[in-house]
Every structure is written in C-alpha cells, then in structure tokens.
Design a protein around this ligand. Structure first.
Ligand code: HEC
Ligand code: HEC
Length: 330
C-alpha cells in the first residue's frame, strides 16, 4: 500500500504540467470556455488529454459467476485529486473517467489472476457546480454525465443522465454521486465513507457484501438461518434494487414499488407506467418467479424495461434471499 502511494505521488507531479498544457491549447469558440471537453451547448467529448494528463484513482474488480468479469479503472486529473485531498470535494470542472474492461483469467504463480483484456466502454463525469447546462439532458445534480463507444471514442452514447446513470449512483449520493471510498488516491477525506461491511477481510466469490451477525448481550451469536437469510436479502436489496425500487406502498421510482409484491400479478401496481411486456406478462409474482426474473431480467419477461437496465443477480442463494426478504414486505 505504501509503495503504491509513493509511486502515485511521483507520477502526479510529472503529470500536472501535461494537464495544464493541454487546457491551454483549447481553441476558443469551438469548445466552451468552461472545460476543454465540453462545448458551448454542454455536449461532452472524450477528454483529449487522456491518458497523459490523468492519474489512476483506483480499480474495481466486478465478480461474475466464474471470477472477475470486469475491471473498472478510474482516473482523474492530478489537480482535481489535489483539490479533493485538501477540501474533501471535487472542484468545478473536475473530470473523472472510468474505463471498463472485460476481464479474463488463468492460473498464475499468484493463484488464479484476472486481467483487463478488452475495452467495453468509458464513462465520464465532469463537475459543474453552477448548473450551466440546465437544458442539456446530460447535465444535472452537479455533474455532466457521458458514456463513450469503446470502438470510437468520438461517439458519446448517453442520452439522459437521469435514466442512463443517476439511478445506479444513488447509493453514492452523500459523496456527491461518486464512490470516493474506493479511490485511495483521494486520501483520508474519501476513506471515511468506506462502508462498514467492507472493512473486514476478503469475500468469497458470490458471497456479496458481508452481513455482520447480530449478537445478544452475552456476545454469543443468536441468529437463525432464516433471520440470516432475511438480513442478507435486505442488505442485497438495499445495495442493488433500491436504486430503482422502493418498498413503501405506491412510492414508485425508476421501477415500481415492490410493497406487497408476492401474490401480485406482474405489471399491476397502480400509478406506475409499466411496459406492455410487463403488463401483459401473465406472471404472478412468487418467490420462484421473482428469482427467475432476477436470474435473467432480460429473458424471463422478454421486452420488459428492467432487462435493459439491470444485469440481474448471478448467485442463486442471493436471489433466494432477496425473494425471501420481499415476502416480508407487505
Ligand atoms: C448499473 C449501474 C450503473 C449505471 C447505469 C451507471 N453507473 Fe457509473 N458507477 C456505478 C458503480 C456501482 C460505480 C462504482 C463501482 C463500479 O464501477 O463497479 C460507478 C462508477 C462510475 C464512475 C467512477 C467514479 C465514481 O462515481 O465512483 C464514473 C465516472 C461513472 N460511474 C459514470 C457513469 C455515467 C456517466 C453513467 C451514465 C452514462 C453511469 N456511470 C451509469 C454504477 C452505474
Ligand atoms: C436499474 C433499475 C432497476 C434495478 C436496479 C432493479 N429493477 Fe426491478 N424493475 C425495474 C423497472 C424499470 C421495472 C418495470 C419494468 C417494466 O415495466 O417493463 C422493474 C420491475 C420489477 C419487478 C416487477 C414488478 C411488478 O410490479 O410487476 C420486480 C419483481 C422487480 N423489478 C424486482 C427487482 C429486484 C428484486 C431488484 C434487485 C435485485 C431489481 N428489481 C432491480 C428497474 C430496476
């Protein structure tokens, strides 16, 4: 860890000069004066000074069924990192880039090791503290939000940040929508957001977040299997589903409220605009059908909108726990 911090700092002092030089070369009139990567109407282009003007913030490894499925490598400009380290927030104009790579793995002298292999996409966020582009659907909640075609970085492919991005960043709202705790380069002010359940040890593949066992006064653990399952289900729901679903009656978000979902027919909660596919699915929700929908959100009810937004829950025991938890929400 210490070695990592030291070499990251050395790299950053070299890179500051590059970032400044790139900003200076902006042609006035073509790009907006606010940021070299944003035009006067708020359209966002892929940062021209990447990678030379950027430093590594941190790396995510996203688990699939058979090990690491994707790596997400996150970058920012050294001056934005320095500002965050000092002030605990990103400055106006700050740029954050996330590169998503498909991972593959094989046996190595370190064990089964995976590496980022093929580019899948790029995400970019640009801080806007002044609400400059209120009429551009890529801007809002303090940021410009963009996604780029990995085969052709000149193609920006996000349409509306509210439907393309924001729902998944809700868990990070308190951190100005950025998962800052995963970026050691941002220093102590970011690390204080580290989730409690992430602080201890490693997870086994498929285990998801750790659930702290509840203890009675004597310190002995006194949870039944059923309680443990419900607690896991609630935690999984709060980590993943809550971005789009509430469990409060009639409180619809991106997805419908899941209050009283067991026994309800698909697409029947009043006040929510379902797709025709969901409304006409002819499915009655049970623990089994929910688990099937979560295993394959695209295929179980073909054409429903959740299939476009959410890749599902890979581990069968996690699907079961979520369904068990939802059965209690009534
Ligand atoms: C499926 C949910 C999901 C969607 C959709 C999504 N994000 Fe994210 N994003 C995340 C999560 C979770 C992280 C951090 C963990 C990770 O990368 O796995 C993240 C991280 C990022 C990061 C790195 C900085 C940070 O916030 O931690 C950027 C930049 C980013 N997203 C931009 C975007 C943009 C722009 C869009 C829309 C075009 C978008 N994201 C859509 C879930 C999502
Ligand atoms: C990124 C947003 C998103 C996430 C995350 C998400 N869903 Fe959904 N979900 C939707 C949308 C949108 C619909 C409505 C689909 C339609 O009308 O085609 C939906 C519909 C459903 C339905 C059918 C509801 C009904 O009234 O018929 C169930 C059940 C469901 N989701 C469960 C879950 C669970 C459990 C999770 C977490 C493991 C989850 N969803 C995660 C967006 C999401």
């Amino acid at each position: 860890m210490r070695a990592y911090v030291r070499c990251a700092l050395v790299a950053s002092s070299v890179l500051v000069a590059t970032a400044v030089a790139a900003a200076d070369s902006v042609k006035p009139g073509k790009r907006g004066s606010f940021s070299p990567d944003v035009d006067a109407g708020g359209d966002i282009s892929f940062p021209a000074d990447f990678p030379a003007g950027y430093r590594h913030l941190g790396t995510w490894a996203v688990l699939g069924e058979e090990g690491v499925a994707d790596t997400h490598i996150v970058y920012a400009r050294p001056k934005d990192v320095a500002y965050f380290r000092k002030n605990g927030m990103f400055p106006d104009g700050a740029v954050i880039i996330k590169e998503v790579l498909e991972a593959i793995g094989s046996g190595h002298s370190t064990g089964k090791a995976f590496w980022g292999h093929k580019g899948k996409t790029w995400f970019v966020m640009i801080k806007d503290g002044k609400g400059r582009f209120a009429s551009n659907p890529l801007w809002g909640d303090g940021w410009g939000w963009a996604q780029f075609d990995p085969k052709d970085r000149s193609k920006q492919i996000a349409k509306d940040y509210k439907t393309d991005c924001l729902h998944c960043h809700v868990p990070a709202k308190a951190m100005d929508w950025v998962y800052v705790y995963a970026y050691p380069a941002l220093g102590e002010k970011a690390l204080r957001f580290t989730p409690e359940d992430a602080r201890t040890g490693h997870l086994k593949a498929g285990e998801g977040h750790r659930v702290a066992p509840t203890s009675d006064a004597s310190g002995a653990t006194s949870v039944t299997e059923e309680q443990r399952k419900l607690a896991t289900g609630k935690q999984l729901f709060d980590n993943t589903c809550v971005a789009c679903h509430s469990i409060a009656a009639n409180a619809h978000g991106i997805g419908p409220s899941l209050f009283g979902i067991i026994g309800r027919s698909a697409g029947s909660a009043s006040g929510y605009a379902y797709s025709d596919a969901m409304r006409n699915a002819g499915v009655t929700w049970s623990a089994e059908s929910i688990a099937k929908h979560l295993a394959d959100p695209r295929g179980f009810i073909p054409g429903n909108r959740m299939g476009n937004m959410f890749k599902g829950v890979a581990a069968a025991d996690q699907r079961e726990s979520i369904a068990a938890y939802l059965a209690t929400v009534k």
